[in-house]
Design a protein. Structure first.
Ligand SMILES: [Fe+2]
Ligand SMILES: [Fe+2]
Length: 231
């Protein structure tokens, strides 16, 4: 069992610190498709986003499923789009760094399209390895494991979001190769890789930062980028 699930209190704390990210699940793709005709690549990314939102079924909305776990702890969090949420003292400043990154990058989806492809690959491929043990820990401590069970399944790399992300990258690079040539394709691959590693490093920072080491600006940026719209 992982240390973050040594006791029910450890697991509860881990869940609370995940709230800013899990309550904005899928946000990095919120502006991924323009109005009008879309490409194969955009279609795959939108399919991931639609799943994160629950495909029209509010009970399947990933954020709603996470709210259910928090409620099972006897905690009622304020709405994620509120000042009260970002002012919560029980959530560490460092817990806002990862969602601020996904919120901010989503504001420039067309400008950073290749980087967002890389970010999607990292997020989806790293989800099942995180959620498989989390589901066991939630079950062990009598908490609702649905959020983690659903992510272990839907993000899988065989035919789930992990595969969608990989296929989207292959499609995108083929489109660039056909339209702009091999050199351009290599440049776009480098940008995809940059997005992948930037996301990975951001998460590492999330894990090792201690209270007070990250600027309080993260809370402010979280709320601002929730409402900003840039195209
Ligand atoms: Fe999700
Ligand atoms: Fe996903």
């Amino acid at each position: 069992m992982h240390r973050w699930a040594d006791t029910k209190e450890h697991l509860s704390q881990w869940l609370i610190q995940r709230a800013p990210f899990n309550l904005t699940d899928g946000v990095w793709l919120r502006n991924i498709t323009p109005t009008g005709p879309i490409t194969d690549t955009e279609g795959l990314l939108f399919a991931i986003y639609a799943d994160e939102l629950g495909n029209g079924d509010y009970k399947q909305n990933h954020c709603n499923v996470f709210v259910d776990i928090i409620r099972s702890l006897g905690i009622e969090l304020p709405p994620v789009r509120s000042r009260a949420f970002v002012d919560l003292k029980c959530i560490l400043e460092s817990s806002f760094t990862k969602p601020v990154y996904t919120l901010a990058s989503s504001l420039w989806s067309q400008t950073f399209f290749p980087e967002i492809l890389g970010q999607t690959l990292w997020l989806e491929w790293n989800s099942p390895p995180e959620h498989a043990p989390a589901a066991k820990a939630l079950e062990k401590w009598g908490l609702n494991p649905t959020f983690s069970i659903l992510h272990t399944a839907i993000d899988n790399v065989v035919n789930g979001h992990g595969r969608y992300a990989l296929n989207a990258i292959h499609n995108y690079l083929s489109e660039i190769d056909a339209r702009e040539g091999h050199k351009a394709m290599q440049e776009h691959w480098l940008r995809i890789w940059t997005g992948y590693t930037a996301c990975k490093l951001n998460v590492i920072e999330f894990r090792i930062t201690v209270p007070g080491c990250v600027s309080p600006a993260c809370r402010c940026a979280f709320l601002l980028t929730m409402y900003m719209s840039v195209w």
